[in-house]
Design a protein around this ligand. Sequence first.
Ligand SMILES: *[C@@H]1O[C@H](CO)[C@@H](O)[C@H](O)[C@H]1NC(C)=O
Ligand SMILES: *[C@@H]1O[C@H](CO)[C@@H](O)[C@H](O)[C@H]1NC(C)=O
Length: 390
Amino acid sequence: MKSIYVLLVGIVCFARAVNQITLSPSNKSGYNHNKETNQLIVPSVVSQSENSEVDGPRILQPTSKSVLDKKELFIPESEWKVVGENDILPRGGLDIRINMETGLKEAKLSDNKVSEMTSSNDYSFSIQFKEIYELIAANDYNNVLLKLDDLLEFVHDYKYGQEIIMHEWASLSKLMLDEQLPTSLREIVTRLIVSAMRNNPPVISYIRDHSSNDLVKILFNKIELCSDLVLLKRYVTFLQQFLVPSQITSEDLNILYSILNKSSDKQLKWKSLHIASYFYNDGQFIDLEHDSLWFNQYLTMIEDVSIDEYHIRLFFNTLYEIKSHYGNDIKVPSSFFNWLNKQIQTRENADDLNERDSEQIDFNNKLKDSRYNVFGNPMADRIKHFNDEL
Ligand SMILES: *[C@@H]1O[C@H](CO)[C@@H](O)[C@H](O)[C@H]1NC(C)=O
Ligand SMILES: *[C@@H]1O[C@H](CO)[C@@H](O)[C@H](O)[C@H]1NC(C)=O
């Protein structure tokens, strides 16, 4: 998909008469040239990273150049805005063009989406949801699953996602938790919700502003008792997007730890560590006993070869916080120093490629300094003792 898009950009730059590319979220029939408006129309670009985020972190090697690039979410507005080289575009709902004066890519919210939002009380999906609620009332769950499945494609769209959540959150949030309903139905409802939240900050704000105060407690209770791995992962994904550091309690973390400790599912471990990182990276701690357990989980997962740069930074910062807080009370195994040295070396070799990325440079320096200042290098210690003995 990406190569087609790059190719199209090439064509656009070459044929100057064509000056606008529209990404259309709902047209599955491929790209075509619209003669009337002189626009190239391509289906929504769904990048690998966006796609796989539903189920887990991107599986990328830490050493490749693309991973070291900083990704940021592009927030569209009603006016044209320049898209940065590494920006992540929301799926669909956008007009995208190449500005011929600057040669830069620009994007804005689609005009039709803006007017749809403001035109009437009924919105694009009111009929579908009315049907869904009637089918649930009639216990016709198979048809509910089919209809919700159809909607999953639209809920990724920046504007449709907002429309659906703003109209349906009150109902969807009840369905998500309703033990009377089949697990498969709760799972798909939760999947719909977390898909709408992804890369869509207005959806997340809306949900935070319109949820009962005990939602987090209820969810952690469900998580503790949940025996279905897929539903469990959806609930944890919801919390991962919903929680802010100040909301997380040590009881919540203990529940999360017992899930993580029991499971062999890597995605679930990653997600649980991600949530705990909000807590620790905010400077909060439980006690030495519990925090060392988490510390050891971070040590294990950061050495996993399939971890990506985002999680390396997040997990490393957490290891750094916990070790800084407890000092010598927390022990670091030598395998971690091997990992750390390898990271520092790899990053030094890649340095010339990334000179413009100051966040990357700061992180690389933090890795380097921490070897002596925070984690304390046992090799350095041994050399010191050796010298003392001479
Ligand atoms: C979708 O694709 C069809 C067939 O190629 C085309 O006629 C139609 O104009 C497209 N619609 C949009 C919105 O791109
Ligand atoms: C973690 O799992 C191990 C083995 O499965 C178990 O012995 C241990 O008690 C668990 N730890 C916690 C804190 O749940």
